[in-house]
Design a protein around this ligand. Structure first.
Ligand code: PMP
Length: 310
């Protein structure tokens, strides 16, 4: 994972080692930050472009609104910042990590009405999030002993830093037991999502994904739903249980980092036909997703999905 040498910090491009962050930063103590994960891809017609950059920066603003504060840069400022941060580093393809957080101010749980807000956009190179084997042959999942918090405990529509402790616990538990990723149930026992991905299953040619109620509204999820509708592949958003998941013909995860990751096993139960590798719908979505992010395949409404880096 090569890191960029430069980042965008509070409106300026800087060298990473010149960034100073105080130990009195409120977010360091209480998790009062919000972040995004975005990818930039090499394009078919040359150069690079950032995938759905405005949608990610809009979600960053919404996460901060959910947290109860305002980012001191507009969505357009952040879009320009993202492009500048890519340009300041010399990667062919990269991952962008915008983060806005309450900075050095009052250190009580209540940071006061106008705490300082810092905003950074970091860049690094990130390969297959669930490993090359997971991406190509299918990853192995475990339903976590950790449960997604009730919708009135943590705000799942916000990509809020402190909330990720739940994901860290689940992911580390799954990995320590030899699995690639954790799936979390909601407090009523229905499937929600992975520690950093949304969840799709296929049963008898119908694609099913968990409803927005208790999950992060993934931008990759939205892209996949648009794609499935365009291809007239039937899709429903509905709750399902772990036994339905175990019996699915196909399972895949979606996320900016994980892209489209096929799943070959859940709770030690193989998924799909014995000996089969990636199922047909998963394989099609995975292949076409790569074409969409590289400007090789357009969908209705996708005209502004690729922001050129220039
Ligand atoms: N759920 C969670 C909990 C996540 O952290 C992510 C990654 N941002 C996703 C789903 C997928 O979201 P996206 O497709 O926007 O990356």
């Amino acid at each position: 994972m090569a890191r960029g040498t430069h980042l965008w910090f509070n409106g300026k491009i800087m060298k990473v080692e010149e960034t100073k962050i105080s130990p009195f930063t409120h977010a360091l103590h209480y998790g009062t930050g919000a972040f995004e994960g975005i990818r930039a891809y090499k394009q078919k017609r040359g150069g690079g472009a950032v995938f759905r950059l405005p949608d990610h920066m809009k979600r960053l603003h919404e996460s901060f609104k959910i947290l109860g504060f305002k980012i001191p840069f507009s969505v357009d400022d952040l879009i320009r910042g993202g492009v500048e941060a890519c340009k300041a580093n010399d990667f062919e393809e990269c991952y962008l990590r915008p983060i806005a957080f309450l900075g050095d101010g009052p250190l009580g749980v209540d940071p006061g009405d106008n705490p300082p807000v810092d905003v950074a956009i970091l860049i690094w190179e990130w390969g297959n999030y669930l490993g090359d084997q997971g991406a190509n042959e299918g990853a192995r999942l475990k339903i976590s002993s950790f449960v997604r918090p009730h919708v009135n405990s943590l705000m799942t529509k916000g990509k809020i830093s402190g909330q990720y402790v739940n994901s860290v616990l689940a992911k580390r538990e799954a990995k320590s037991m030899g699995f690639d990723e954790a799936l979390l149930l909601d407090p009523e026992g229905y499937l929600t999502e992975g520690s950093g991905e949304n969840l799709f299953i296929v049963i008898d040619g119908i694609v099913k994904t968990t409803p927005l109620t208790s999950i992060l509204a993934g931008i990759t999820r939205r892209t996949v739903l648009n794609y499935l509708q365009t291809k007239k592949i039937p899709v429903v958003e509905a709750r399902f249980t772990r036994d339905e998941l175990w019996c699915a013909d196909e399972i895949f995860l979606t996320g900016t980092a994980a892209e489209i990751t096929p799943i070959k096993e859940v709770d030690l139960r193989p998924i799909g036909k014995p000996g089969a590798t990636v199922g047909p719908i998963t394989a099609q979505v995975k292949k076409d997703y790569q074409a969409i992010v590289r400007g090789e395949l357009e969908l209705p409404g996708s005209a502004n999905w690729l922001t050129p880096i220039r």
